[in-house]
Design a protein around this ligand. Sequence first.
Ligand code: ZN
Length: 134
Amino acid sequence: MQKVEHIGIAVKDLAQSIPLFEKLLNTTCYKTEVVTSEQVTTAFFRQGETKIELLESIDPQGVIARYIEKKGEGIHHIAFAVDDIEAEMKRLQAEGFTLLNETPKPGADNKLVCFLHPKGTNSVLVELCMEKKM
Ligand code: ZN
């Protein structure tokens, strides 16, 4: 695994949280993107080497909506950049971690992603992400 690529934060309302994070980080949101497979709208901020990804559910039954219902808004996941996502998935599986998806799936920001089950990672939802090759 390489650097922390981004930190995902679950929010109820991007219209409120985008200006809030623009003020907090003193930068502008450079991209919003709907990820249908995850039922979310994402908003991205660059902060040095790392990004902040805000996530708002587009579906009241979606994973982010259910997460906020249970735990409230806040840090949802940490994403690490990887060079070879399939190799890293195999390595982690061999180490006994549980993957939430068996094959890499398309994520926001031109990435292939895989999540690890938080029950095996001290309740931290970990995302692996790899830049899609052009
Ligand atoms: Zn993410």
